[in-house]
Design a protein around this ligand. Structure first.
Ligand SMILES: NC(=O)c1ccc[n+]([C@@H]2O[C@H](COP(=O)([O-])OP(=O)(O)OC[C@H]3O[C@@H](n4cnc5c(N)ncnc54)[C@H](O)[C@@H]3O)[C@@H](O)[C@H]2O)c1
Ligand SMILES: [Fe+2]
Length: 437
């Protein structure tokens, strides 16, 4: 790569120009969209529709928790009623590793299936996408990582997301993990977008609050990173802003009152809009860093994003004040009459407050100082493929990641406590003397 020969400081400027140019081309790449069914019961309507498409046998790809919770019941009942044959693979785990994808592929072949219905969070949908691609292109999964590596069109896929976060039902990407390299790999192909999808809030009512929180901030991160990046277009901006508005208006309610299907449906739509925005306009440093935490420490994707988002926003702020101001207005955190710098600060503070309200931790327990240089290097290498508004050097990225170190927080707390102690005598002295008197 020519860029590898350029000193780091000059690279940032070069990358910025290169990415801006690339964005002028990428916005015209055709990306299909699934037919979307929305609302309570839409997953059953989707199953009824699939039954009419004449597949020989459908493979339902999901995880064991969802199968136990009975999330599949309405779907399988509709398939049974229509006499559509299906088999269920319910072993998907978060960030599905390559050997598990290979087991799912073997199951698909043994059962002689010819289409897949993914029911679950991003992990189940992405595992299903990887299976669809690898079945049609029989070569090692690692060789399918990257842009358009499979020649043949993937197997037909339908999706029912059960989290409101990844937007995978509308994106061109499948994120899986490579346990050998302790890394995540991404297969990217517009033909991976499912043919049809259902956003059924009734399946999300039992999503535990911490998962609601983390996945909701994943959606927020997609909306924000696609909006502040250099590939944002009028089309993606509209989607990003709508998603931000819906998330600020509904995520707290979905978190504290999961049974509120109106809030759940709005979050599902917001996640889809944000997915449509970022699958065109891409993501940025939040994802680049979060992916490293996921690969090395298995930190849930949304949680990693949520912890990193405030820091990346503060780093990027000098170059994106008007963008942050526009986000603040749509998030309902201020109004257009205010100064842009004030609104930008309100948006960053608003994200930090949202994180606090959702119980998102400020430090990553598993993070170790010795891992930081490698994490930062890998994150910066990944971010070079993203159209971010302000590039970082590896040292700057290290400093950012260091803010999430648990011992640093402990130290800061101790320092704050001793500061308080030092300050205390000044106030307590007069009281003591009053007592004596
Ligand atoms: N393809 C993309 O465009 C894209 C975008 C962002 C993230 N991702 C990937 O998606 C994965 C994360 O997906 P996720 O955040 O949706 O989490 P997930 O699929 O890993 O699910 C998280 C947990 O929530 C449980 N769960 C899911 N739905 C539930 C429900 N309705 N009720 C109760 N429990 C439920 C699951 O069983 C699981 O234990 C990561 O691998 C990430 O890298 C992909
Ligand atoms: Fe994400």
């Amino acid at each position: 790569m020519i860029l590898d020969l350029i000193p780091e400081a000059a690279r940032a400027a070069g990358l910025g120009a290169l990415m801006k140019g690339a964005g002028k081309v990428t916005r015209y790449i055709p990306i299909p969209q699934p037919t979307l069914l929305v609302g309570p019961g839409s997953s059953v309507r989707l199953a009824e529709a699939i039954a009419g498409f004449g597949h020989g046998k459908l493979l339902i790809v999901t995880d064991a928790i969802l199968a136990k919770l009975g999330i599949l019941k309405g779907i399988t009942a509709a398939l049974d009623a229509s006499g559509t044959p299906y088999a269920v693979f319910d072993e998907i785990t978060p960030d599905a590793p390559i050997p598990l994808i290979e087991r799912c592929m073997a199951f698909y072949r043994d059962e002689d299936c010819d289409a897949i219905l993914a029911v679950g969070g991003g992990s189940s949908i992405d595992a299903a996408k990887a299976v669809c691609c690898a079945i049609a292109n029989p070569r090692p999964l690692r060789k399918l990582a990257g842009y358009l590596k499979g020649r043949a069109s993937p197997v037909t896929l339908y999706a029912v997301p059960t989290t409101a976060g990844t937007g995978s039902e509308v994106t061109v990407a499948a994120v899986i993990s490579d346990p050998q390299k302790q890394d995540k790999i991404v297969i990217i192909d517009p033909r991976l977008v499912p043919r049809m999808a259902a956003l059924d809030p009734s399946l999300m009512a039992g999503l535990p609050p911490p998962v609601t929180a983390a996945t909701g901030i994943d959606a927020l991160t997609h909306a924000v990173e696609s909006f502040i990046g250099q590939w944002a277009s009028e089309y993606t901006e509209g989607l990003s802003l709508a998603a931000v508005q819906m998330i600020f208006a509904n995520l707290r309610e979905a978190y504290s009152n999961g049974g509120n299907l109106v809030a759940r449906e709005k979050m599902a739509l917001a996640s889809t809009y944000a997915g449509m925005a970022f699958t065109r306009a891409n993501v940025g440093y939040v994802h680049a860093i979060a992916h490293q935490f996921g690969g090395r420490y298995h930190t849930p994707h949304g949680l990693a994003n949520a912890m990193v988002l405030p820091h990346v926003l503060r780093y990027s702020a000098p170059d994106i004040v008007p963008r942050l101001a526009a986000l603040a207005v749509r998030a309902g955190l201020g109004d257009e009459s205010e100064r842009d710098d004030e609104l930008a600060e309100k948006f960053m503070a608003g994200v930090e407050q949202l994180n606090r309200d959702l119980g998102i931790p400020t430090t990553l327990e598993k993070l170790q100082e010795k891992d930081i240089p490698a994490l930062a290097r890998a994150a910066c290498a990944e971010a070079e493929t993203y159209p971010v508004p302000r590039y970082m050097t590896v040292k700057q990225c290290e400093a950012l990641i260091r803010k999430l170190l648990p011992q640093k927080a402990d130290k800061a707390e101790k320092a704050a406590a001793s500061d308080k102690k030092a300050a205390a005598p000044k106030k307590s002295a007069p009281r003591k003397s009053t007592k004596k008197a």
